[in-house]
Design a protein. Structure first.
Length: 134
């Protein structure tokens, strides 16, 4: 089984990410549905819970991998890009922004926040408007 995780083949990495994405997406659906059943639907509790939990997990895993445990690259891809990427893309955004800020790239980090939040929200709104007139 160790050879599976150590392979450098790009097709293998695509399969690993796809499998992790499936697990993450199903987990996101299950957890957010549970949150909505328990807390109601008057606020996006499910999405918020998934995003906060996913951000915690990616912060924990990346620090753990960097500081305490050298992980096989394909296992890192499976857990972070696959599972957490399927669980929430907000975790990737958060980790990358924190990494930029930690490296001292404050302008680029804040620019990433601005673009990701304001520009993407605007793009969503424009897309919704375009979808109504199409």
């Amino acid at each position: 089984m160790a050879n599976f995780w150590e392979g450098g083949n790009q097709l293998l990495q695509i399969v690993i990410v796809g499998l992790g994405g499936f697990i993450g997406s199903v987990s996101r659906f299950w957890l957010s549905s549970l949150a909505y059943r328990i807390l109601g639907q008057d606020f996006p509790y499910g999405t918020l819970l998934v995003n906060v939990f996913g951000c915690f997990l990616i912060g924990f895993l990346m620090a753990f991998f960097e500081e305490r445990f050298t992980v096989i690259p394909n296992l890192r891809v499976f857990l972070t890009i696959g599972i957490l990427g399927g669980f929430t893309t907000f975790s990737s955004f958060s980790y990358e922004t924190v990494a930029l800020l930690r490296e001292g790239s404050y302008f680029v980090g804040l620019l990433n926040v601005f673009i990701s939040v304001f520009v993407c929200l605007s793009a969503t709104w424009i897309g919704a408007v375009a979808g109504k007139v199409a």
